[in-house]
Structures are given as C-alpha cells and as structure tokens.
Ligand binder design. Structure first.
Ligand code: SOE
Length: 380
C-alpha cells in the first residue's frame, strides 16, 4: 500500500539541521512507518549557507522567509533547528498554521517563553516534540526499562555530568554559527540550557521530577569579541554550572557541566544508585551500560559491562546483527521513528513541549539559585 507522504519544512542549516535531516532520510529504511518522509523545503537567512547545506541534503526547495515556510500549504511538519531565541515565535506560528512541530532543545530560553509554546501547541492540538536525543540511545532506553521494572529498588542518588572544553580560548568570538551559544540573548543561558538541559531531561525521564536546587555558576571569560562587529561584548552566559537538589522520590541530585574541562569534548555521564542495583552510562562508550546487581552471588558480584547490541535491546533489532554497534546519529533516527509512530496512533510521544517545559523550569531554578545564592523550588 502506498504510504502517506509527510512533507518536512526544516528551519536552520547548522549542526542540528544535519542530525535531523539525516534522521528523516534514514528512518524509513530501518523502521516501518505509515509515512514516506519528503524533504520538501529548507529555510535559512544566509543564502550561501543554506544552499551549501542543501547541496548535501537535497530538500526540494530553499526558502529564505520562515514565515512563508510555516504558512506553506505543502508542508506538514516544521522542524525548528535555529538558535534558541527564535524557537518561541516560530513554534507559535507553526502551531497556529496547524503543523506538527519538532523543536531542537532546549525548548526555549526560559520557562516564560516555554509556557507560551506549550499553550500554542496544546490549543492547536498539533503533535509536538523536543529533540532531547540522548533518551533514545539504546543503553539509556534500557536503563529506563530496568528502573521501571523496579530492578534498582529505591533510588538514593542520581549523578550526571556533561563536560566540554571548546570555549577555553579567550580569542573565540561570540555570535554566528555555533557561537550564538555564547550569547545570552540568543541562547538564554550557557551550559545550563545547552548541556545540563540534556542531563535534566534524562534525569526526569528516568527518576522523576526534581523538587528543588542549589546551584553555583561561573563565567570564566567575561568579555569576547563579537564575530560580526569586532566590538567587545560582555558575556552573560554561565560557562560552568554545578548544582545539587532533591528529586520528588527522595533521592539526591548532583549535576555538573562546563565548557572548561580540558580534554573532554562531549562527555555526558550518568550514574544511578539504588537499594538493589546501580547503573552507569557514558556517552563516549554509548553502546555499553554498566550494571551492578547486589543480588548476584557474593564471590562473583561486580560491575557488568553490557554491550547493548543484541536483538532484545531497545531499537537494536532494527539495525544490524547482534554484536554490531550503532552511534550518536541513530538516537535522532529513533526519535523520528517514535514520533511518527505516535502520530499514526494519535498519541503524543515524549519529550513533548510540556515535558520539555519541566526541564526548562529546572534550568530557570538553577540560574536563579546561582544568582541569589539560595535554594530554589522548581516551579510546578
Ligand atoms: C554544544 O557543543 C552541543 O552541540 C549541544 O548544543 C548539543 O545539544 C549536545 O548534544 C552536544 O553539544
């Protein structure tokens, strides 16, 4: 039977537009979907940049005005892969136009913006999804299953880190491709919204809501040259952030992120300690889940390193043969597969805009706590 065509309109042409476009292209080869995805149009303000992107990815046409793309009759799904300050306006317009929306993380610069986005998609009743891709690394998805099966028992500790080192040079300018992340007006915050948001999303998914936080942040380089004007610009983002907190289930949270951890490029790690068992996962070894089970026989008890490549591991039967691993880009394929499966069944699949708002509220509480020097409750 012929599949229904699903026409994608992509806004943005940077790193994330590549990860999402790759997923749109691959997903139908590996997952049974009711839809045939068509890369219909890509939109960007820089003509040369968007053309160079499209020479590789092959969308049917290029647009320069995102409003036109959002209104276009032949577009079913809008994918927002732009700097964070544009998410609100684009998502609200796309919802009003009745489009399905995938939005790159974080949902918004802050929860005031996020709330408007949630209201818009819920009023329009359009399928909506935020790209917190690490949930769909098979080892992380397996961790969720093991926790939900009660195999860890009562959880005491949740520990996560996301470490990078790419902003250590004071010569790095602020603004433009990738470097908008250093501009507080474009990004909303620094490592908190960019990196800790991933850790918080996974944590809420695996271990439930975070109740309160106490944080410290630091901006190591306080002024940078603007990429376009060459003028000195005050830096308002957090370069590093460490926070502790309480989960609603009584467990303790310890989180750290920085772009100043020399030697670490994108080291996302998490560890969960329960009464019966513990789990560790590490993005640099993403196809492995470390598992310690206290009920193992005493003399053989120890950490197991499970190679998550077997047919009974999440998503893996759709890929190669047991033993052959997959990587970072596959998490984006999985989220498109799950999102479209949900659309077919008329079900919302998480993280929805509403789910992602909870993460943004934790980020807001973290930034507020670092400013005030006091504990902050996370807004409900
Ligand atoms: C920042 O360097 C970044 O690209 C984030 O924006 C992504 O969300 C993260 O997955 C990798 O690092």
């Amino acid at each position: 039977m012929a599949k229904k065509k699903l026409n994608v309109g992509m806004i943005g042409y940077g790193f994330m537009a590549r990860t999402h476009s790759n997923a749109f292209r691959k997903v139908g080869n590996f997952f049974d979907l009711d839809y045939e995805i068509v890369l219909k149009a890509v939109c960007g303000r820089n003509e040369a940049g968007v053309k160079a992107f499209n020479d590789k990815w092959g969308y049917e046409r290029i647009e320069s005005d995102w409003r036109k793309l959002v209104e276009a009759k032949d577009i079913d799904l809008i994918d927002i892969c732009t700097p964070n300050d544009l998410h609100l306006e684009m998502a609200v317009a796309a919802a009003k136009a009745g489009k399905m929306i995938i939005c790159e993380k974080p949902l918004a610069r802050n929860s005031a913006e996020g709330e408007q986005m949630v209201a818009a998609v819920e009023a329009a009743k359009v399928p909506n999804f935020v790209s917190y891709n690490y949930r769909r690394i098979p080892a992380v998805t397996l961790a969720k299953k093991l926790i939900d099966e009660g195999r860890l028992g009562k959880i005491f500790h949740y520990r996560a880190k996301f470490l990078q080192d790419w902003t250590i040079s004071a010569d790095l300018p602020v603004g433009g491709t990738g470097l908008w992340r250093l501009d507080v007006n474009a990004a909303g915050s620094g490592v908190t919204g960019d990196l800790l948001a991933h850790c918080i999303d996974t944590a809420i998914w695996l271990n439930g809501s975070i109740k309160d936080v106490s944080a410290m942040t630091e901006t190591f380089i306080k002024e940078r040259k603007n990429t376009f004007t060459g003028e000195a610009q005050k830096i308002g983002i957090d370069d590093a952030c460490t926070f502790m907190g309480h989960f609603e289930n009584g467990s303790l949270a310890t989180f750290e992120s920085t772009r100043y951890a020399r030697g670490h490029k994108a080291l996302y790690t998490l560890e969960i300690n329960g009464e019966k068992a513990s789990i560790m996962w590490d993005l640099h070894d993403l196809h492995r889940l470390q598992w310690f089970d206290h009920k193992d026989e005493g003399q053989l008890r120890g950490w197991r390193s499970i190679h998550i490549t077997d047919g009974d591991h999440p998503y893996m039967k759709n890929w190669w043969v047991p033993g052959l691993q997959i990587g970072y880009e596959h998490s984006f394929v999985h989220q498109v597969a799950d999102f479209l499966d949900g659309v077919s069944k008329g079900k919302l699949v998480g993280p929805t805009f509403r789910d992602a708002l909870e993460t943004t509220r934790v980020c807001d509480a973290v930034i507020e706590s670092a400013k005030s020097g006091s504990w902050q409750n996370v807004k409900k």
